[in-house]
Ligand binder design. Structure first.
Ligand SMILES: [Zn+2]
Length: 147
């Protein structure tokens, strides 16, 4: 297990910091967010320290999604207000990541709860097909070598 002693999530996984545990296995750990945006807000984190998506191995990434899906189903049965669920992973400070140990938020949602995303001015306009095809090609080319 790779841990980072200065990382709060590594300390939680090692049992050196408090958390309210929801689930743990060899690859991931899930616990309540200490600063929830809604009651029942859970974080699913890889056991092995990875600061962001680029450091995250694919087995842990896949397990995070599997466990996130199960936690979402459990939240719907748990009695917390939960008309919907957001799965959210912020990768990088510009995306809103504040703890640099990769984590998947599982957030119960209710109509009118006030949580959400703002779209920048002009967002949502459909680009031309040639512009989209060119961009898709650049992304396809960039995918080569990813494993
Ligand atoms: Zn860590």
């Amino acid at each position: 297990m790779t841990t980072n002693p200065s990382c709060i999530f590594c300390r939680i996984i090692a049992g050196q910091a408090e958390a309210s545990l929801v689930y743990q296995d060899a690859l991931v750990c899930a616990f309540l967010d200490a600063h929830p945006v809604a009651e029942g807000h859970v974080l699913v984190v890889p056991v092995r320290h990875a600061s962001g998506l680029q450091d995250l191995d694919e087995d842990s990434a896949g397990r995070m999604m599997v466990v996130g899906r199960r936690v979402a189903a459990a939240l719907r049965r748990s009695g917390v207000p939960c008309e919907g669920i957001n799965l959210l992973l912020a990768d990088g400070a510009a995306a809103g990541q504040s703890v640099f140990h990769c984590h998947l938020h599982v957030i119960p949602r209710s109509a009118g709860d006030g949580f959400g995303f703002r779209r920048p001015l002009g967002a949502g306009r459909t680009p031309s097909r040639p512009a989209m095809d060119t961009l898709a090609g650049r992304i396809r080319d960039s995918l080569e070598g990813e494993a």
